[in-house]
Design a protein around this ligand. Sequence first.
Ligand code: NAP
Length: 248
Amino acid sequence: MKLLEGKNVIITGASRGIGRGIAQVFGQHGANVAFTYSSSEAPALELEKELTNLGVKAKAYKSNAASFSESEELVAKVLEDFDGIDVLINNAGITKDNLLMRMGEEDFDKVIEINLKSVFNMTKAVQRTLLKQRKGSIINMSSVVGVKGNAGQTNYAASKAGMIGFTKSVALELGSRNIRCNAIAPGFIETEMTDKLDEKTVQGWRDAIPLKRGGSPEDVANACLYLASDLSSYVTGQVINVDGGMLT
Ligand code: NAP
């Protein structure tokens, strides 16, 4: 059964990793996918082709999610190219880890801008469209680190915790218009973001996971599929952990 037949979806940061996995699963479920990237043009165009071959509409857009004006321009372009917007997935994110003692202002600001301000930018940009149609699902990619904190990631943890507060507030503001907003808190998911970690840290994460393995982009994509589809039509303001039991 295809759960997203004919739905139009915007995903930020889908050239790689979790975003790419979401785009692939959504395409397989019949969604038309508009997605962004920051610099990885070749993989983005390859994904566009892969999705188009599935028989859905797909388009890659180079757009900096941290920029308010670029986000507005992006949504305007998507509305020209696609027949409306049903789902927004705020997935784009970066890390710039360091102990607080060594963290510079620039690395704090950059992570907040790309991970958190982007969510404001994109949600604002789609809000009018979703309000008009009185239907929509917004999914924000937070992290277990936003729930429990992590040494060496004050900037990242603050951005991801901020996303949870934003998610719950949007759910309260827009619920009466049938617009749902939820967050996903992935644990340790094996992508280029986690490839940067040293083996000792990675082993530490794996040891702490009851299911004793890292997750895949598809594991996260399946939770997004639930939140994007009508299967979750009575679910809003929630944070779903996709973490192999890490926070249990
Ligand atoms: P990733 O492999 O590093 O991919 C990041 C994606 O975001 C890429 O497509 C990248 O585009 C895009 N991006 C970066 N900066 C951007 C910007 N300013 N504007 C638009 N797009 C931008 O990361 P990932 O592991 O898939 O993570 C995806 C999301 O899940 C992030 O929000 C991350 O914090 C969250 N998360 C990940 C994990 C994990 O274990 N991997 C755990 C919890 C939460 P380019 O390819 O063009 O650079």
